[in-house]
Design a protein around this ligand. Structure first.
Ligand SMILES: Cc1ncc(C[n+]2csc(CCOP(=O)(O)OP(=O)(O)O)c2C)c(N)n1
Length: 700
């Protein structure tokens, strides 16, 4: 019998010849051309990386990545992070072709205002984008957090025969990510934590913006990652699908070590004149070169035209839906076997507070208020954590090697150790080591993954090291909580290297960051409660090392703390001639100044303003009731005066310090820098146009 190919034409009129399935190279070329054309149309962007990593993307996304394009929020999906976020068009091409809700018109509007395809991948803008990337090195650190979250959640919720949390985290990264120090911090942790389901593909193309990297990036990257405890696969041809499949299979077989796949690639692959050069990194190829690349890639279709057979081969919707349905069936079986656990997991993945939280928070606040303790606010913060932790099993604390100073641990918290992680056990307290930036970026990944309510501590001074990850949290509308202790010269003898001066002010400048500087234990307890309720912004808790006295409050005042600003002590007689505004350690100082002024016959009000962010959210009536217009204002804070002018106006006064601190005992430093109740009294008299207190005349 003749085989079909041998059938004589005249015997059976040939049906339409079956269309040959597109080659894997052709499928990768679809990504290349989409990237090249979108960048050309936008007249800006980065075509080189997508063209260089397209074959790797084809291997991963078409053959290994477990996702459901119709449900990018499916909890057990694999996470994919494009750490070299400048290559955003690669991710948009992948999302588009695999069937996510991202149409060709979205691709056409690459980089345009309000498009779903912004210049860098932005979390919340594009379905399927797991994190905002672009600031190099942070994507891989986020991915470490995601992989850790998976491991911890699996340890806590999976049961015999019910592996309902079982997914992988995949990362693309470039030389830039590896040059950034934060990749060291995070990847070192990934090795220590045995994150076997984390796999990173290094786009080893030898090119960054300034040209060939040999002049500034001579590290032995494979040896570096091996030293972290990673499984390293060297010298993989990043343009050979079979070699990539083999490397991915090897990575999948690892369960105790993360894997780095070192892929040799050519940036701008396919471009006859720009491939392999930094010219293709971050600029459109140009119309002529685009045409030449089309010819070189044998891609006869017009811009944004994808032939049906290429679309069909990329379409992941059916396979994704089947995978998702299989998981849903397994989750239903889990829910039947372990109904309470399943409900709890669902709650945690939604990020909702448990039912009893409000009652617990209220009771805890009443207790703190009744205790009237004089303690450091860092200690009050620890008490607050302890009072709420039992109601919040999702709480995941940690510190950058300052647990005993930040007081971020609590009775009953369980340190997460490498041994426990290797044994498939979890915990709820992370020792990040001395890695502030890595900690904050990992915490972003933990938060993005879902299932945990993370917080982390360091000295306020070293928020500087972490700063860009704080900004990314604020930008992404994530809600991690930072415990920043040792908040001013009040930390004393460690001296100016450790004494924050401008940090509170600069944190307040960050959009969408709530900064609390509570004045005593009651305000600290409220700050924690408000922070834990946040769904869409991070919170910095700025806390004292030194003891701060308890301030008495009525029930209404206690309720008002959450508003961020309220009247703590009304002027005698109720008609203030001036308003003293303070927070943190200077609240007591303002209260003392009020008493001194009263003895001088000057009635003033004390306003506590622990959170500008919350106060600004109050309606105008509340704000005016606290800070009445046309009543002169005097503010005091042990930090730079910048920012306070907005609060006190041009006629007010600000007491602070605009230089660095000094080494010495705290009390001596407050005197030395003139942050005293006497200074507040003098400033108040001045704004009221009164003579200064005569020398010899007592302030008291
Ligand atoms: C933290 C940070 N610094 C600088 C940049 C600007 N930048 C974007 S891409 C890039 C070069 C990255 O080189 P590589 O990762 O090798 O990317 P490739 O040239 O291979 O696309 C730089 C410096 C950035 N995005 N983030």
């Amino acid at each position: 019998m003749n085989s079909p190919s041998e059938s004589p034409a005249h015997l059976s009129p040939a049906p339409n010849p079956p269309v040959a399935a597109p080659s894997r190279r052709t499928l990768a070329n679809a990504l290349r051309v989409l990237a090249m054309d979108a960048v050309q149309q936008a007249n800006s962007g980065h075509p080189g990386m997508p063209m260089g990593m397209a074959d790797i993307a084809e291997a991963l996304w078409r053959h290994h990545l477990r996702h459901d394009p119709a449900r990018p929020d499916w909890p057990d999906r694999d996470r994919f992070v494009l750490s070299n976020g400048h290559g955003s068009m690669l991710l948009y091409g992948l999302l588009h072709l695999s069937g996510h809700d991202l149409g060709i018109d979205d691709i056409r509007s690459f980089r345009q205002l309000h498009s779903r395809t912004p210049g860098h991948p932005e979390y919340g803008y594009t379905p399927g984008v797991e994190t905002t990337t672009g600031p190099l090195g942070q994507g891989i650190a986020n991915a470490v957090g995601m992989a850790l979250a998976e491991k911890l959640l699996a340890a806590e919720f999976n049961r015999e025969g019910h592996a309902i949390i079982d997914h992988r985290t995949w990362v693309f990264l470039g030389d830039g990510c590896l040059m950034e120090g934060v990749s060291h911090e995070a990847c070192s942790l990934a090795g220590t934590w045995s994150l076997g389901k984390l796999t990173a593909f290094w786009d080893d193309n030898g090119i960054s913006i300034d040209g060939h990297t040999r002049g500034w990036f001579g590290d032995d990257t494979p040896a570096r990652f091996a030293a972290y405890g990673w499984h390293v696969i060297r010298d993989v041809d990043g343009h050979d699908p079979k070699a990539l499949d083999a490397a991915i299979a090897e990575a999948l077989a690892q369960d105790a070590r993360p894997t780095l796949i070192c892929c040799k690639t050519t940036i701008g692959f396919g471009s006859p004149h720009k491939a392999g050069t930094h010219d293709s990194h971050g600029a459109p190829l140009g119309a002529q070169e685009v045409a030449a690349t089309r010819a070189a890639l044998d891609w006869p279709h017009g811009p944004f035209e994808i032939p049906a057979e290429v679309r069909a081969a990329w379409d992941a919707r059916e396979a994704g839906a089947a995978r998702h349905a299989d998981w849903a069936a397994r989750f239903a079986a889990y829910a039947r076997a372990h109904p309470a656990l399943a409900l709890e997991l669902e709650r945690r993945l939604k990020g909702e507070l448990p039912e009893g939280f409000d009652a617990q928070a209220r009771q805890a606040l009443e207790k703190v208020s009744a205790k009237e303790e004089t303690i450091a606010t860092r200690k009050a913060s620890q008490n607050a954590i302890a009072s709420l932790a039992a109601a919040l099993p999702e709480l995941l604390g940690g510190s950058a090697d300052l647990t005993g100073s930040n007081l971020t641990n609590w009775p009953g918290c369980v340190s997460i150790t490498p041994e426990q992680l290797r044994a498939g056990q979890g915990g709820n307290y992370l020792h990040y080591g001395v890695r502030e930036f890595g900690m904050a970026a990992v915490l972003n990944g933990l938060t993005l993954h879902g299932g945990f309510r993370g917080f982390a501590g360091t000295f306020l001074m070293f928020s500087e090291y972490a700063r860009n990850a704080l900004r990314m949290a604020a930008l992404m509308k994530l809600n991690p909580i930072y415990v920043f202790t040792h908040d001013s010269i009040g930390l004393g003898e460690d001296g100016p290297t450790h004494q924050p001066v401008e940090q509170t002010a600069t944190l307040r400048l960050m959009p969408n960051m709530d900064v609390w500087r509570p004045g005593d234990a009651v305000e600290t307890q409220v700050a924690w409660t408000v922070a834990l309720r946040s769904r869409d912004h991070p919170t910095s808790l700025v806390l004292s090392r030194q003891n701060l006295p308890h301030q008495p409050r009525s029930a209404a005042q206690i309720d008002a703390v959450a508003r961020g600003g309220y009247v703590l002590k009304e002027a005698a007689g109720g008609a203030p001639r001036a308003v003293l505004i303070a927070n943190g350690s200077e609240l007591a100082l303002a209260v003392a100044a009020q008493a001194q002024l009263e003895r001088q016959g000057i009635a003033v009000r004390v306003v506590s303003l622990p959170s500008w962010f919350q106060f600004r959210r109050q309606d105008a009536a509340w704000q005016a009731s606290v800070l009445p217009p046309r009543v002169p204002r005097v503010a005091v804070e042990a930090g730079v005066t910048a920012g306070w002018r907005e609060v006190v106006g041009l006629d007010g006064a600000v007491i602070g310090m605009d230089g660095f601190g000094e080494c010495g005992p705290a009390a001596a430093l407050f005197r030395h820098f003139g942050i005293t109740s006497e200074a507040v009294v003098d400033a108040t008299r001045q704004v009221l146009g009164l003579n200064p207190v005569e020398s010899g005349e007592s302030h008291a």
